[in-house]
Design a protein around this ligand. Structure first.
Ligand code: AHG
Ligand code: MN
Ligand code: MN
Length: 364
């Protein structure tokens, strides 16, 4: 197998950096540390039952519920730890925030502090881990305010509350049949596949583009009774297929690992929805803005797709808290724009319903 014609992640980052002669190299060093964290998590995931990492995090080991009120898996905790240990030492970070930590993580006193903030979901889709279905890690890199960089003070929640448009980089690792790293530094999206022989991420998917149209959508249909009208309308129209207003049949998919859904969409198009719904008034959506919606939104937009709350472009949402939840729609541009249109328009009088009523096409 010819290995030499592909760039490694390191080579790719060095070549990117040549475009910015003044760059310090801190950013590249951070991304390479994140990549090592992802490789370590990939190994832990790959050992499955043999590694002793499956199951819930025991209460006597420090609790089993995270700040979201969700059960923590052993691998959630381990992955969080891997991210911290691999990135805290190098002097590139001013602080971190993660799904698994209620408060911002302070870089310990023995290490220098830097100019970036790392925000991450160390293991996404972790309910799938015990059944050997793909999971992933998601990360976002922000610049810390100059004042924090200069003073080296402890970070506070407010330092992280930056809209998605401010992200310097975002990416995810997918632990599937192969381990992949997808990365944007604001100049398109590139995909790397982990070569298990070399232990290196190799550039296999340069400048990924999301097809603008699709006939595939992903949503957890068990929530349909809680959906708002525009989402109901969109899904009903897709389900009506060839004879409905869309004039074509659609497929549905639901893996319950957003990273895996996002990757499928990046590769062949599609739309993902975890919209705001009326299930629980305290939770405006299921997914979290800073370490799920924003990094995924940035990747989608950099690949020519789109990401939105349904009402607002995701990248322009001003965060109000570290673990804020939000409705999320992303994927093929034309579909996401259609969903946004449905949110903006008043509901049409002629809905899809007549198809299934006594006045429908199916009457005698
Ligand atoms: P996490 O494992 O980090 O908590 O995230 C899981 C997320 C996401 O990956 C997935 O799309 C969604 O939760 C699944 O939700 P449902 O269980 O409602 O299907
Ligand atoms: Mn997640
Ligand atoms: Mn998670």
């Amino acid at each position: 197998m010819p290995l030499t014609h592909r760039s490694t992640l390191t080579q790719f980052l060095i070549e990117e950096r040549r475009r910015f002669p003044g760059a310090s190299g801190d950013f590249n060093a951070l991304i390479l540390d994140v990549a090592i964290a992802c490789k370590a998590i990939a190994r832990a995931v790959a050992f499955g039952e043999l590694g002793g990492f499956l199951g819930n995090h025991a209460v006597d080991e420090g609790g089993s519920v995270n700040v979201q009120g969700e059960t923590q898996k052993k691998l959630d905790v381990l992955s969080n730890d891997v991210f911290i240990r691999r990135t805290e030492w190098a002097g590139n970070l001013a602080g971190m925030a993660s799904e698994e930590m209620e408060l911002p993580y302070q870089i310990p006193g023995q290490f220098p502090r830097g100019k970036y903030l790392l925000v991450f979901d160390p293991l996404d889709g972790s309910s799938n881990i015990d059944v050997n279905v793909s999971v992933g890690s998601i990360f976002s890199v922000l610049r810390v305010a100059k004042e924090v960089e200069i003073s080296g003070r402890d970070v506070v929640e407010a330092d992280f509350l930056q809209p998605g448009s401010q992200q310097v980089a975002a990416g995810y690792a997918l632990y599937g049949p192969t381990t992949m790293l997808i990365l944007t530094v604001g100049d398109g999206v590139n995909g790397f596949t982990l070569d298990p022989n070399l232990g290196e991420f190799m550039l296999t998917h340069p400048l990924i583009r999301v097809p603008e149209d699709t006939h595939e959508f992903a949503i957890n249909a068990s929530n349909s009774r809680f959906w708002e009208a525009p989402v109901k309308r969109y899904v009903d129209e897709c389900l009506a297929g060839k004879t409905g207003p869309r004039g074509k049949d659609f497929n549905t998919r639901w893996i319950a690992s957003m990273v895996a859904e996002a990757h499928r969409i990046l590769m062949r198009g599609g739309v993902f929805m975890y919209p705001r719904d009326t299930k629980d008034a305290a939770k405006p959506g299921r997914l979290r803005l800073l370490y799920e919606a924003n990094p995924m939104g940035f990747i989608m937009e950099q690949a020519g797709g789109r990401a939105s709350t349904g009402e607002t472009p995701m990248m322009s949402v001003q965060p109000t808290s570290l673990h804020q939840r939000i409705g999320l729609v992303f994927g093929s541009k034309n579909e996401v724009e259609r969903i946004e249109r449905y949110h903006a328009e008043p509901a049409p009088k002629e809905s899809i319903e007549p198809l299934f009523t006594p006045r429908s096409l199916f009457r005698d």
